[in-house]
Design a protein around this ligand. Structure first.
Ligand code: PLP
Length: 370
């Protein structure tokens, strides 16, 4: 066991198991050869909307584009401020920058790594028009509080659900809680395509209509363009593959939760804080992220034992050179900075061998001599 190699994420097992079904789906797309906005896209959009319990889903080229289209569809642009957590993947803020609006950063809760509602209110100015809560690592943000604040100040709520396919908040799926939500089907996400893909979902028919136009050259009718649109559509082949995978999503999320529980129940080093998992939300563990003050040394030790880990993410948005113009400084978002220094993502994917989870925990205990 000491020579085991444990990958952070491994996609081969899932595809090996689904190979026959996926190949048949690809064959059927080839039989039609309707590669752009083919039948599988319509079907997947309907099935994904039904899975979430939302009125409309629209396939997009990727998750970043799903966020970008959502920001555009809400009519945001130059002069507008949009609240974004300081601790997230860069795309959450890129989408705001793309339309010329300003991302205003908000610090996160130490416990969950999600946007801190208490700090959200303080960041609102007369120019604030929207907020983008991220359901980081697969756990719903505190949507009750965030929605209450947003409604009070008439802000659009755009959920970044790119890591949380199938997660719940008080019995409702994330992606159905705000005005509009973005999903990514990047291969390693809980629901992943075999390439890039994304979706933007909403219950608002006007937003859906605008999104539909925006994602396909701004055309209500072929070769008639009434707004500056984009080419950002979900590929038909990817839609066909996603249709095969969607019925497995809840089972895979259950597997992720089971493995996460095994980690949390096995880890007993006082130097390690496991992720929080409050009962009113169903965390779907896109990532299993621990905190420890001795992160870099632990990471090197795990690497030496054949265990791959990740850091999601090592640099908070206010310290990224691309957002220099926002004029933030080190110290502005202390919880985000502390997280960036202390977080470590342990191996997790549905097919991960529970013995490997035990091996990772044992290696951590040996490192801390406990
Ligand atoms: C993956 C991800 C995105 C972007 O999705 P892509 O499909 O890679 O463009 C956006 N936000 C978060 C939080 C993500 O994890």
């Amino acid at each position: 066991m000491s020579s085991a190699r444990v990958a952070l994420v491994e996609l081969k097992s899932q595809h090996q198991r689904l190979k026959t079904e996926i190949m048949a789906a690809i064959e059927s797309v080839f039989a039609e050869s309707h590669f752009i906005l083919g039948e599988a896209v319509d079907h997947f959009e309907r099935e994904f909307a039904e899975y979430l319990g939302v009125a409309y889903a629209l396939g997009t080229g990727n998750g970043t584009e799903a966020l970008h289209l959502a920001v555009r569809a809400c009519g945001l642009g130059p002069g507008d401020e949009v609240l974004v957590p300081a601790h997230t993947f860069v795309s959450t803020a890129l989408a705001v920058a793309y339309v010329g609006a300003v991302p205003r950063l908000v610090d996160v809760e130490a416990r969950s790594g999600n946007m801190d509602p208490a700090k959200l209110s303080a960041a609102i100015t007369p120019r604030t028009r929207a907020v983008i809560p991220v359901h980081l690592y697969g756990q719903a943000a505190d949507m009750d509080e965030i929605m209450a604040i947003a409604r009070k100040h008439s802000l659009w709520v755009i959920e970044d659900a790119c890591q949380a396919h199938g997660a719940y908040s008080h019995g409702r799926r994330v992606g159905t809680l705000g005005d509009v939500a973005a999903f990514s089907f990047y291969p390693a996400k809980n629901l992943g395509a075999c390439g890039d893909g994304g979706a933007v979902v909403t219950n608002n028919p006007e937003l859906h209509q605008r999104l539909t136009r925006l994602h396909n050259y701004g055309q209500p009718k072929k070769y008639h363009h009434d707004i500056i649109g984009y080419n950002s559509r979900l590929d038909t082949l990817q839609a066909a593959i996603l249709r095969v995978k969607l019925p497995y999503l809840d089972g895979w999320n259950e597997q992720r939760r089971r493995l996460a529980m095994l980690y949390t129940n096995s880890l007993r080093a006082p130097q390690v804080t496991p992720p929080s998992d409050p009962g009113d939300r169903r965390h779907v563990y896109h990532l299993y992220v621990i905190r420890t003050g001795d992160r870099d040394a632990l990471r090197a030790d795990l690497q030496a034992h054949g265990i791959e880990t990740g850091i999601h993410y090592p640099v908070p948005l206010h310290l990224q050179p691309c957002f220099e113009a926002l004029n933030y400084r080190r110290g502005d978002f202390p919880e985000s900075e502390r997280l960036a220094a202390e977080i470590l993502s342990l191996p997790l994917y549905p097919e991960l061998d529970p013995d490997h989870v035990r091996y990772v925990c044992r290696t951590i205990h040996e490192f801390f001599k406990c």
